[in-house]
Write a protein that binds this ligand. Sequence first.
Ligand code: PLP
Length: 438
Amino acid sequence: MRKDTPIPSEVVNKYAAQMGLENVGKASIREIKRLVDLVEAETGERYVRMEMGIPGLPASEIGVNAEKEALDKGIASLYPDIDGIPGLKKEISRFVKLFVGVDVDPRGCIPTVGSMQGSFATFMTVTRMDKNKDTILFLDPGFPVHKQQCRVQGTKFDSFDVYNYRGEKLREKLESHLAKGNVAALLYSNPNNPSWICFTETELKIIGELATKYGVVVIEDLAYFAMDFRQDLSKPGQPPYQPSVANYTENYVLLISSSKSFSYAGQRIGMMVISDTLFEKQARDLRPYYGMEQFGRAMVFGSIYALSAGTAHSPQIALEAMLKAVNDGEYDFVDVVKEYGEKAKIMKKIFTDNGFRIVYDKDEDKPLADGFYFTISYPGFSGAELIEALVYYGISAISLAITGSERLEGLRACVSLVSRDQFPDLEYRVKKFHEHHG
Ligand SMILES: Cc1ncc(COP(=O)(O)O)c(C=O)c1O
């Protein structure tokens, strides 16, 4: 073990041993967070913390003020409608029209307790529509909690890493999975957590066409809505729009989180948008679970009712106010979050100038966008080894291995909690690492 690392190795080793971590590289996100907290407290050295995907910006004031006012007026004592308050449903529908370019009736625009509840309820409902279709297919890499949701509800799932199947190659690979006939729905995030790849129109078209052909629901997770900063997706009603499978199939559920786009993670409110066709779809196998056969009604009065009987009232008021301002062109939410992309550009350069590689680096032939996450590797290191080594250099990240990625050499770095005044430290530490290992 080297002695001249930016963070004294004895301190890291002491706390790793105290926590019973035999292998720091294989520790969970929360364990790494704890280890780093302890080392920071003892050494006074601030880590470049890239392990957690949480917003690093203040919540939108429009939302906070609307929510406070509603609470003062006494809204806390009232149950909101299970499928959302009418004003919010209308604004979600407008938002989808103005920023995705598709028409969805407000009826299918449903607030959920974070996008996480939306995915949980969707997995539960779609896998009961047809008793032969009981599996969720994940286009990985992905957000590990989605698989955890399947595990805890006993839903089967399958997955593949799209790394080697970009562009037209996706068709054959995806069809080989869907042709098995057991897939109820497939899920991907776009832009993608953890790799920040964005599917191209060619790929979305393939996904949409195959979903229609095999009667599979596409769950499109837009947790990082409009955050592919290579295009200006910020103008309501003006193309380009947020790319979406909704242009290529009627079988979709969009999950739009407010956590990152509006920095509203703490209030746990997201949007579930069910296409008109899917909402009305009748599925006989739903009846034993829901006592009804229409998908949309089963979702609202079956799954969402059973889970939480709707979403907290005041965050709905907040989201309605934020969306209204955005839809009316009075609040540019994309401009606010662009900072993530600008930081990513600088941070990626610091790593690539010092021997690191970007693991997921292209969308077909286009360089990847700069955004909330990026992926890195260093020659000769596995992901686990790299995490462990970087801890001594005051840098923390997570391994791609937990995201279903086959790129076991890779790490995911999240830019949100790294402040610009840490860039000199980051540069110094990455340089030192390269000096010691290059
Ligand atoms: C891909 C992806 N989906 C869903 C979520 C969860 O969103 P929410 O906070 O709205 O539940 C996240 C949050 O990190 C995410 O990265």
